[in-house]
Design a binder for this molecule. Sequence first.
Ligand SMILES: Cc1cc2nc3c(=O)[nH]c(=O)nc-3n(C[C@H](O)[C@H](O)[C@H](O)COP(=O)(O)OP(=O)(O)OC[C@H]3O[C@@H](n4cnc5c(N)ncnc54)[C@H](O)[C@@H]3O)c2cc1C
Length: 416
Amino acid sequence: MIQTTPTTKTRPQPNLENSYDVVVIGGGPAGSTVAALVAEQGRSVLLLERTAVPRFHVGESLIPETYWPLERLGLLDRMRESAFPKKFSVQFVSEGHKESAPFYFDEHNPHESSVTWQVERGIFDEMLIDRAVELGASCRTDAQVLDVMFTEDRAKGVRVKTEDGTRDIACQVVIDASGQSAFLASRLNLRVPDPKLRMATIWTYYENAIRGKGKDEGATLILQTPGKKSWFWYIPLPDNIVSIGCTGTLDYMFGDKLPAADVYERELKRCPALQRRLEPAQRVADHFTTKDFSYTTSKSAGSGWLLVGDAGGFIDPVYSSGVFLALKSGWMAADAIAAAFKTNDFSETTLGSWVPEYRAGVSRFRKLVYAFYSTEFSFGSFLKQHPEYHSAVVDILIGNVFKPELDEMFEAMGTP
Ligand SMILES: Cc1cc2nc3c(=O)[nH]c(=O)nc-3n(C[C@H](O)[C@H](O)[C@H](O)COP(=O)(O)OP(=O)(O)OC[C@H]3O[C@@H](n4cnc5c(N)ncnc54)[C@H](O)[C@@H]3O)c2cc1C
């Protein structure tokens, strides 16, 4: 059963030193990845997570390209041995309740990387922290970063509060991986909201919902409601649990100030394809809400600091890109940090050398998200008119977004 309440498990807590090569704020997928890969270089790394671990988190569906960072981290065997359902495809149900054929990722690329997983985030994120510790990082949980210290423009360390009190820790590089808190971006006034994506989500968990059979058992379903007013995700998890979330504009979801459970039920009634799957099911958790989560940042690196994962921006849940981008940015940042230590150059140029390529990839996801929410646009009609772009659409759905040649498709789509 999915754990939605704080854990009572305790982790060994290392003593804190006065200084480290690198301090990472936040023990989500981005923070653990960069901590692991920098520690692997032989650098001293402190990973600070404000909550106890494991902790509950939204964002359970992975996309195929997550395979490569997981391979780089040496975690593929643990994933293969896990109880996480295998995800072979994503299937869309239109506002007219028409069910598309599933997009099977292995038809696009017959390689093991085309099969991915649906994960319980508490367990998955803890596995990443454990890996960072195995590779040499020190991880302190229940440790909240209160401030980042600067000398002139250069980040020089953090102020952290633990059960032992508050203290300052010096370092060469501060990495902000604090997720939607966007700790450093908020302090430096770098956060830029996306006016086209002012969304809200309500989600909960059901037991015993109807799943697909065989290869379709772990499929993600994306179900739109009439008028494209909202859409549901349907993500099968271990123990016969399904995560089901509903997203719409902030105004549509919460403009009437109704309780979240009422809005959720209202939208469920508008989605017969989902109701059918929930007939034998029972809801086994409260309704959770999150809103206004789409933003970017005006920059992702500065002198002695870097932003990775959601701390540098988040697009939208619809294509399940968040965890992949968290891992990928953690990986790219770790390579830039290796170069910075080699040359003793912690400037914005060196630490941020990966950012233009990364942001170009993110913008390809974002353009496909804009298309999804456009009332005039339909993927079915677009692909009928432009079958030559079928593989470009699948490339983006699997996360293969770091390819400039994909941009041509957006010209044809009208979202250049
Ligand atoms: C509604 C919704 C649905 C989503 N669905 C999916 C999905 O299906 N698939 C997918 O891939 N992604 C999904 N995402 C996105 C995904 O959840 C995130 O992109 C992902 O968690 C980002 O990882 P991260 O490491 O950057 O941040 P997080 O996972 O948020 O981790 C940040 C960590 O930093 C810690 N922290 C914050 N401030 C401090 C501080 N001051 N000191 C110490 N620690 C701190 C937090 O406690 C947290 O543990 C979804 C997002 C939303 C909003």
